[in-house]
Design a protein around this ligand. Structure first.
Ligand code: COA
Ligand code: AMP
Length: 637
């Protein structure tokens, strides 16, 4: 007899129609689906075709109707503004209905895009839900991106309206969102009809007449708008994520599959019930924020927390424990980097002892590999299950994890436990041959993917196939490498492309190289991720200058660092670059980034047999030592 996880897993793979059809019964539909899994347009699989629903209705209205009107839906906890504000399901529904009315009055209709450029304030959540209410497609852009990145997303999504805040608040500075928005709109040809600006008292923005509207003014006169039925297969949102170039990929999520899968995960993966308090300490600009600050907890009738602060510095490394204890959080989700930051400031966990954490039952980590030190620290100081689970912007929810609502497996550090029901995971070699247990290869998922995963890339079906489906026929390529052991435990080791994870934020080193290559003095460059104690990885840039350039190398390094901050944004954390004479390459001309990365991390590496000129590695070695990397790690520079 298997456990509940094994039974559910088998059912989900052998009979997905039945499995997900049953899960969908827990959601509200205006029209029932004709087909659970529709394979007619494969590889563009669709879920719940023929069905009609509304995501906002499932997040808010249904709970108001079912007796949760006075339960708190959202707690806005903002140490950076000294604010705690609670919205009941009814209050949040009413605000969202009003803002949906505002958008409709501006001509936003089903299928139109609305871009959201806002910090962690309730109005960001309201805007997302208001879009869902009228069938508009939202696209949230993370505040740490620079105007150029914002412009790229505006160009691709072509929003009718942009909703932004005047500013964001970081620990030590105010981030002026509005000037960045204006700069981004200046860069694009097809401009939005309207911008609706939420003025924050910390830094009100100047408005452009005829284009900008004040959030408060339009809300004062707004008429509430009801939920509009949309097809299960209609897009709910586009979320841009780093690809291998400077052009981000617009991951498209549907309404029906997203609703069914996220609601299912709340109980089965996280073991939370209606009325429980769930907290994802992430940002609404990332997929974790979409799935588990906004949609999942609200679908489940939980109380969700919107935390505008940091794990450290707002005001101290006890911030997480304060929030958990004040709001009675049962389950929390964050990135390991947050725990590394806390551990550095409070190694003995003294601040934990100040709070009553008896409500706290489980901690989930994702976004990057969880290192054993961090896991040990969290487990020993909190005394609750600490679950590492693996997922991606594309998947929208966990591919592998320890599903607490089904069965708790023993935890193995370094592993994200087992594939979650719905995920037919395999490990294959470069020729797509299945590998044996413990052999490292490409982690791939047999098609069709479960509901709630990416439908395609926005306006780019061919790009979707090329990026995810072509390399391993019949499979979705995760672009992660790893292995599965004899007991089906999954070990995710590293990306197979040039994506790096910096403080849980996904970034493309290729995009950074594009910026560096634009510097007039740079002939060639390489950017790769180096290990960092707090952020997991940090980007490091090596520059080869054009012949004849005799300017000060440090000046040039400073200039490229500023260029990355200006063009990609502070979130890239690009703070180290140095000039080298040459870059090591294979005889066929491929830059040996992997070798340089290992050298920078001062870990064992073999000189590749295909290297063109091994002497270059000695030059790289010296350059790395001079900036405190490689054999110079830990030494003061
Ligand atoms: N708007 C504007 N700027 C932002 C921003 C935002 N929403 N978020 C981050 N930034 C800026 C930061 O201020 C920083 O700027 P600086 O170079 O001037 O200092 C830069 O982007 C890098 O940010 P970050 O990498 O987050 O570093 P940090 O030092 O501010 O904080 C952590 C480090 C570990 C505390 C923080 O990253 C964290 O809490 N991460 C875990 C949670 C998380 O969000 N995970 C995401 C997916 S689950
Ligand atoms: P993102 O799309 O920002 O969520 O980043 C997804 C990538 O983060 C994955 O492809 C992995 O490389 C990495 N990642 C996410 N969760 C984990 C995890 N639990 N363990 C290891 N890597 C992870």
């Amino acid at each position: 007899m298997g456990n509940r996880h094994d039974t559910a897993y088998k059912a989900s793979i052998e009979n997905p129609d039945d499995f997900w059809g049953k899960a969908a019964e827990a959601c509200r539909w205006f029209r029932k689906w004709d087909k659970v899994l529709d394979e007619s347009e494969s590889p563009f699989y669709r879920w719940f075709t023929g069905g009609e629903t509304n995501t906002c209705y499932n997040a808010l209205d249904c709970h108001v109707e079912d007796g949760r009107a006075d339960q708190v839906a959202l707690i806005y906890d903002s140490p950076v503004t000294n604010t705690i504000k609670k919205y009941t399901y009814k209050a949040l529904r009413d605000e969202v209905a009003k803002f949906a009315g505002v958008l409709a009055a501006q001509g936003v209709a089903k299928g139109d895009r609305v871009l959201i450029y806002m910090p962690m304030i309730p109005e960001a959540v309201m805007t997302m839900l208001a879009c869902a209410r009228i069938g508009a497609v939202h696209s949230v852009v993370f505040g740490g991106f620079a105007p150029k990145e914002l412009a790229t997303r505006i160009m691709d999504a072509q929003p009718k309206v942009i909703v932004a805040a005047s500013c964001g608040i970081e620990v030590s500075r105010i981030v002026s969102y509005k000037p960045m928005l204006d700069a981004a709109i200046d860069m694009v040809d097809s401009k939005p009809d309207r911008c609706i600006i939420f003025q924050r008292p910390q830094e009100p923005a100047s408005m452009i007449e005829g284009r900008d509207l004040d959030w408060h003014d339009v809300m004062d006169t707004a008429k509430p708008h009801d939920c509009v039925p949309v097809r299960a297969t209609d897009p709910l949102y586009i979320l841009y994520t780093s690809g291998t170039t400077g052009q981000p990929k617009g991951v498209v999520r549907d309404n029906g599959g997203h609703l069914v899968s996220l609601k299912w995960t709340m109980k089965n993966v996280y073991d939370v019930d209606p009325g429980d308090v769930y907290w994802a300490a992430s940002d609404v600009g990332w997929v974790v924020g979409h799935s588990y600050i906004v949609y999942g907890p609200l679908f489940q009738g939980c109380t969700t927390i919107l935390f505008e602060g940091k794990p450290v510095g707002t005001p101290d490394a006890g911030a997480f424990w304060r929030v958990i204890s004040d709001h009675k959080v049962k389950c929390m989700f964050t990135a390991p980097t947050a725990f590394r930051a806390i551990k550095r400031e409070d190694p003995q966990g003294e601040l934990i002892k100040k709070y009553d954490l008896s409500c706290f039952k489980s901690l989930f980590l994702a976004g990057e590999r969880s290192d054993p030190d961090t896991l040990n620290w969290a487990e020993s100081h909190l005394g609750i299950p600490v679950i590492d689970h693996w997922w991606q912007t594309e998947t929208g929810w966990a591919i592998s994890g320890n599903c607490l609502g089904l069965h708790q497996f023993p935890i193995k550090h370094g592993s994200t436990t087992k594939p979650v029901p719905g995920w037919n995971l395999d490990v294959v070699d470069a020729e797509c041959n299945p590998l044996k247990a413990t052999e490292i290869g490409a982690l791939v998922v047999k098609l069709p993917l479960p509901p709630g995963t990416l439908m395609t890339l926005w306006n780019n079906d061919e790009g979707f196939k090329a990026a995810y489906l072509d390399e391993f026929p019949g499979y979705y390529k995760t672009a992660d490498a790893g292995y599965v052991d004899e007991k089906d435990y999954v070990f995710v080791m590293s990306r197979t492309d040039d994506i790096i994870n910096v403080a849980g934020h996904r970034l493309s080193t290729g995009a950074m190289e594009e910026v560096l290559a634009d510097h007039p003095d740079v002939a060639e460059c390489a950017v790769f991720g180096v290990a960092d104690d707090i952020k997991g990885q940090l980007p490091l840039g090596l520059l080869v200058l054009k012949a004849g350039v005799d300017r000060n190398s440090e000046e040039i390094a400073k200039e490229v660092i500023q260029m990355v901050r200006d063009r990609i944004g502070p979130v890239a954390s690009f703070k180290t670059a140095t000039v080298v004479k040459r870059l090591p390459k294979t005889r066929s001309g491929k830059t040996l980034r992997g070798t340089m990365q290992k050298m920078a991390d001062n870990v064992d590496h073999r000189v590749p047999a295909t290297i063109d000129d091994p002497a270059i590695l000695e030059e790289i070695d010296e350059a790395l030592i001079s900036i405190g990397y490689g054999r110079g790690r830990g030494k003061k520079v």
